[in-house]
Design a protein around this ligand. Sequence first.
Ligand SMILES: NC(=O)c1ccc[n+]([C@@H]2O[C@H](COP(=O)([O-])OP(=O)(O)OC[C@H]3O[C@@H](n4cnc5c(N)ncnc54)[C@H](O)[C@@H]3O)[C@@H](O)[C@H]2O)c1
Ligand SMILES: O=c1ccn([C@@H]2O[C@H](COP(=O)(O)OP(=O)(O)O[C@H]3O[C@H](CO)[C@@H](O)[C@H](O)[C@H]3O)[C@@H](O)[C@H]2O)c(=O)[nH]1
Length: 321
Amino acid sequence: MKLLVTGGAGYIGSVVAAQLCEAGHDVVVLDDLSTGHADAVPPAARFVRAPITEAGDTLAEGGFHGVLHFAARSLVGESVEHPDLYWANNLGGTLALLDAMRTHRVPRIVFSSTAATYGEPDTTPIEENAPTRPTNPYGASKLAVDTALTAFAGMYGLAAVSLRYFNVAGAYTAADHRVYRERHTVETHLIPRVLAVALGLDDSVSVFGDDYPTPDGTCIRDYIHVADLAQAHLLALPACAEGTHTIYNLGNGTGFSVRQVLSACRDVTGHPIPAITRPRRPGDPAVLVASSARIQHELSWKPAHPSLHAIITDAWQALRP
Ligand SMILES: NC(=O)c1ccc[n+]([C@@H]2O[C@H](COP(=O)([O-])OP(=O)(O)OC[C@H]3O[C@@H](n4cnc5c(N)ncnc54)[C@H](O)[C@@H]3O)[C@@H](O)[C@H]2O)c1
Ligand SMILES: O=c1ccn([C@@H]2O[C@H](COP(=O)(O)OP(=O)(O)O[C@H]3O[C@H](CO)[C@@H](O)[C@H](O)[C@H]3O)[C@@H](O)[C@H]2O)c(=O)[nH]1
């Protein structure tokens, strides 16, 4: 297929773009490099530096079979402080992209949605029919896109899949030995922040809250390897059906507390990794664990690297000089 990958210079988008190229697809990456890196774009992909609001200029060349849409702002804290940026980029930008897709008759989209659309869950693990009550503008903007996709599928025949990622981590080594890893300039994610301490870039890591209603008092999350997450996109693409919008959760179904992640990182790196307990981070639900039963049953998705130890080991190997 000829595919447009928005956000393909970012962490997850670059891994998916690499796997799409390896599978023989014709890939065009569109990215404004606001948080991405030009050298993360796989060599086999064509790169267009542009915002998603200008995607129509690229789609106009014709022949595109689909869009994989990763481009977004995705920092929860920033979304609380600057909701305008999130509504404009994540919803406004995506509506412009969908409009361009209709104009240029691009039939399918795979969209990066998020566990943040659910907010604080009533039950665990979270299934796709759980209530959606986002606790921050980031999650709300992603939920709004999911809602639009349902309407566009029903009215305009769009073929859409939303993948709701839980906590993505790890690194991917492609067939050509290129390593794709997380390298956000502003890094807020737990595993890279912990590994930065092991690398000597920071003195200690903060543990945001130890008074949650969990066994050790710290938040529990479901960590998924970026390579397994990427594979789900390759399965979702051919499964997109005209007039249908399907939502799939993506996690491993096992929760790990912040302290368990710290302990696993100490095992992997052999570094003591000092930790300092700090107040809770606003907007953090206590427990987020996915049920991925739907995508396992319907698309035969099966994670190849479900162990937290393996996820952290890959992230660590990719970081070491
Ligand atoms: N990392 C996670 O754990 C996680 C979890 C759930 C959902 N997601 C979603 O997955 C997607 C990718 O996340 P990531 O961690 O790779 O983030 P990232 O910041 O590494 O990648 C996003 C990419 O999109 C580009 N971009 C942003 N706005 C753009 C615009 N208007 N026009 C063109 N390009 C633009 C950035 O330059 C960057 O390269 C996002 O949509 C995010 O919301 C990520
Ligand atoms: O230095 C840190 C960083 C994080 N945490 C905690 O670690 C947990 C995980 O945090 P983080 O890695 O920032 O991920 P989340 O906030 O859970 O958000 C990620 O995972 C969500 C799904 O679970 C997605 O919706 C988001 O897009 C994605 O960023 C949370 O309890 C944080 O409070 C710390 O204690 N110290």
